[in-house]
Design a protein around this ligand. Structure first.
Ligand SMILES: C[S@@+](CC[C@H](N)C(=O)[O-])C[C@H]1O[C@@H](n2cnc3c(N)ncnc32)[C@H](O)[C@@H]1O
Length: 183
């Protein structure tokens, strides 16, 4: 689907990027339990990986990743205080609080340079705004995994799942490759 196609998909879902403290923001729509396997397999997590979820909601993706894979650290950045608290509680309940770091802040303001994998379930327009940060801070080889919404102008290294439908498609980008030649 084209980027403008996904813009109408955003409108269809009623998702609108708002502005919060000067940064674009999006509503809390969690990755569904049925979609988690697809998302986690797209991340190809291995020992030593450091995973960030930009806008982690209740922390379900981070917590499940820390529970299932031998990753080093999972960082959950969430703007909304009550969701950040829920994420901390969920990490504790799942027994992975030692691996999970929850930061209640705006992801535009938090350094992400130690990430080896970044997960985003945001909006095409917000992905576009995040591009300079991703390019500047992430090291070559870092995987950027986005559910439903593409990073405009970047070439996905892999597209996993079906090509249409809500929470069915995962785009995997590799820093240093996907962002080399803007489309
Ligand atoms: C679509 S939800 C995805 C939640 C989670 N990643 C998941 O997949 O279950 C997007 C989340 O990003 C958070 N968010 C939006 N803008 C943000 C910002 N600038 N900084 C931190 N969190 C933000 C929202 O509060 C919301 O919880």
């Amino acid at each position: 689907m084209t980027s403008s196609g996904w813009d109408s998909f955003e409108a269809e879902l009623g998702w609108i990027a708002t502005v919060f403290g000067g940064s674009p923001s999006v509503p809390f729509v969690p990755t569904r339990k049925e979609t988690l396997d697809l998302v986690l397999s797209a991340m190809s997590l291995t020992k030593g990986d450091i995973l960030y979820d930009l806008g982690c909601g209740d922390g379900r993706v981070i917590v499940e990743a820390a529970r299932r894979y031998p990753i080093k650290k999972a960082v959950c950045i969430e703007l909304r205080k009550e969701l950040a608290e829920e994420a901390r509680t969920n990490a504790l309940k799942a027994g992975v609080a030692d691996k999970v770091v929850v930061i209640n802040d705006d992801f535009f303001k938090v350094p992400i340079s130690d990430a080896t994998v970044v997960y985003m379930y945001l909006l095409t327009s917000v992905n576009e705004t995040l591009k300079p940060k991703l390019k500047q801070e992430l090291r070559p080889g870092t995987r950027v995994v986005s559910l439903d919404f593409q990073i405009p102008g970047w070439r996905p290294a892999r597209i996993i799942g079906e090509s249409a439908g809500w929470q069915r498609t995962v785009y995997v980008y590799i820093i240093g490759e996907s962002d080399k030649h803007e489309l």
